[in-house]
Design a protein around this ligand. Structure first.
Ligand code: ADP
Length: 582
């Protein structure tokens, strides 16, 4: 019995123990569940907060992106507007400078006027650079396809660079390879932009020696030709590891460059893009201290031309003899190359004193260059050497009256200023030697502004708000013999059209009150007054952004001239429309 009680009590104890244990376990489970629940709640809150934060950040990012896009658009508009604002006064300066050349100017005034023109053109290039870079960034750059003469285009850049190169006492010349066609279709302005960019750099980074622009023919097919342009300097050079980075925007070979030479680091990246558009390549061969060769290739469509060019071989100066003494060997060889082309038998001398006498003093020429004032005066027999020649030319970097009077006293017949455009020398030589040049050859170099037959009967309305542009436009049109009137904005233009009949309208794009776009739409919608409803309207705008031309055409305009106004383009436009008006 006792045993039974003992067993019962044992089971009872065990039962209570186990019940207690289960209770404890349940309590623990409850506590754990609660903790888990709380943790879960906390996690849920955290996730919600996180989601809220992500949403908020996404909104902020979207807003920032929208702002950045707006800013980009604003930047583009700013570039377009600023370019317009800067080009308008430049149009006035360039137009007036051209007109000044046709007045009675003495040589010094002509020289000053030339400097104004060249500087204005540099400024125009700079504006174009900034505008181009913004267009490149927006992928909106396009090439023109117009006819041009390769030689003229390349030699024109010597005018732009002459003051810089003479200031530094460097030689600058063009070395033309053989067999290069001369007339092409392409974009001469952009080609000049690349050449000026690279040649300006070459001058900037060269202290002594020369900058040479070398042209050669890479390949030629029936329709196209690929030309290589090399700009070779004797300047500071660049190391290999720096070369690879130079074509990225805002990059300079080293930080000190900017401090010493200035510049934006934009020139090469713009040049690279332009070269790529011309289906070419660009590269550099250079070593520190040994100068650089910046080269590029470009492909152009060939254009037929039956005209004989000054730049081609034209041996009409056969029977003439020339002697050259020029310190710079490359320059002497280049001059010889051109004289040979014209049939002149030419000899280069390495010592001034040793030149002696020509075989025949008639038809003899002597060219002396690379000699400074004191060397000229020191050369004892110089006067007697010069007197042996019919014509003597001094190639001078300096344009002072002092050097002119020294040259005159020594007996030089003419001074040629460096950098010399040697092909153009042909005309001067022919004039000096009193040789007739055939009329169609003359045309090749200059086509002066002339009165065009029948233009006085064409009634032109020039719609332009800027007073200077009005003056320039009217002066050019009047000089061409046109009957032109001016209207200061679209409203005045529409009023004038009610009062009288016009045959052609030149229309500025941006004007106060009523701009060119709106005015054209109104004319095309029936507000043409006494003029014909289809009166030709030619847009004239300094705003060179892509899309402007399309907009003008959409509004109902018939042509597009971009400012600054180029007299020749205006003349060609009038000539073209004259036929339709008659
Ligand atoms: P910028 O001349 O305005 O600085 P560029 O893009 O034209 O910009 O040139 C970039 C850099 O390339 C220059 O700052 C210079 O360091 C280097 N460079 C260009 N041309 C030459 C050259 N002919 N000789 C030496 N360094 C040059």
């Amino acid at each position: 019995m006792d045993n039974l009680i003992e067993v019962e009590s044992k089971w009872e104890k065990r039962y209570f123990r186990e019940r207690e244990a289960r209770r404890q376990a349940e309590k623990l489970l409850e506590e754990k569940s609660l903790a888990l629940f709380e943790q879960n709640e906390r996690l849920k809150n955290l996730t919600e907060n996180l989601e809220k934060l992500v949403k908020q950040r996404t909104n902020e990012l979207e807003e920032a992106l929208e702002n950045a896009n707006q800013a980009n658009l604003a930047k583009r508009d700013f570039f377009a507007n600023i370019s317009h604002e800067l080009r308008t006064p430049l149009n006035g300066i360039i137009g007036m400078t051209h007109l000044l050349f046709d007045t009675n100017l003495n040589n010094i005034q002509k020289d000053f006027n030339h400097t104004i023109l060249v500087s204005s053109e540099i400024l125009l290039n700079l504006i174009n650079d900034i505008l181009d870079f913004s267009k490149i960034e927006a992928g909106k750059i396009e090439l023109e396809q117009i006819s041009f003469h390769l030689g003229e285009t390349v030699y024109e850049i010597l005018d732009v660079l002459s003051s810089k190169v003479n200031e530094k006492g460097l030689e600058l010349y063009v070395e033309e390879g053989s067999g290069i066609p001369s007339n092409f279709i392409g974009d001469p302005i952009k080609l000049k932009q690349i050449l000026i960019n690279l040649a300006s750099n070459a001058i900037k980074f060269t202290e002594r020696g020369e900058v040479k622009i070398r042209l050669s023919l890479v390949s030629e097919s029936e329709k196209t030709a690929e030309i290589k342009f090399e700009i070779i300097d004797t300047g500071i050079g660049i190391s290999n590891e720096k070369i690879s980075k130079l074509f990225s925007p805002f990059t300079q070979a080293d930080a000190s460059t900017n401090r010493k030479f200035g510049g934006t680091g934009l020139g090469l990246s713009i040049s690279k893009k332009l070269v790529e558009l011309m289906e070419g390549e660009i590269g550099i061969d250079s070593k520190p201290g040994c100068g650089s060769n910046f080269w590029f290739t470009a492909k152009f469509t060939k254009q037929d031309s039956s005209k004989v060019s000054y730049f081609e071989n034209n041996p009409i100066l056969i029977n003439h003899e020339a002697h050259i003494f020029e310190e710079n060997e490359g320059l002497a060889q280049t001059l010889k190359h051109h004289l040979d082309r014209w049939g002149i038998s030419t000899q280069i001398h390495s010592k001034l004193e040793e030149i002696g006498s020509p075989q025949n003093s008639k038809n003899s020429l002597i060219f002396i260059g690379g000699v400074n004032e004191s060397k000229l005066l020191e050369t004892t027999n110089l006067q007697s050497i010069l007197s042996n020649f019919e014509y003597s030319f001094f190639l001078s970097k300096e344009k002072s009256s002092k050097i002119s009077s020294i040259c005159r006293d020594l007996g030089f017949t003419q001074m040629l200023f460096k950098p010399t455009k040697f092909p153009y020398l042909f005309e001067e030589l022919c004039a000096a030697l009193r040789i007739e040049i055939h009329e169609n050859q003359k045309e090749e170099l200059s086509s002066p502004l002339t009165k065009l037959e029948g233009l006085e009967n064409i009634r032109i309305l020039l719609v332009e708000d800027n007073l200077i542009n009005q003056k320039v436009g009217l002066a050019i049109l009047n000089k061409m013999g046109c009957n032109a009137q001016v209207a200061g904005n679209g409203i005045i233009a529409l009023q004038k059209m009610q009062e009288q009949e016009f045959d052609l309208i030149f229309m500025d794009y941006q004007m106060p009150e009523l701009d060119g776009y709106e005015t054209t739409i109104r004319i095309r919608n029936g507000h043409h007054g006494k003029s014909k409803p289809n009166i030709p309207i030619i847009a004239m705008t300094a705003n060179a952004m892509k899309g402007d031309q399309e907009k003008c055409m959409e509004a109902g305009m018939n042509g597009f001239l971009s400012k600054p106004i180029i007299q020749k383009e205006l003349q060609d436009t009038l000539q073209f429309w004259k036929k339709t008006i008659e």
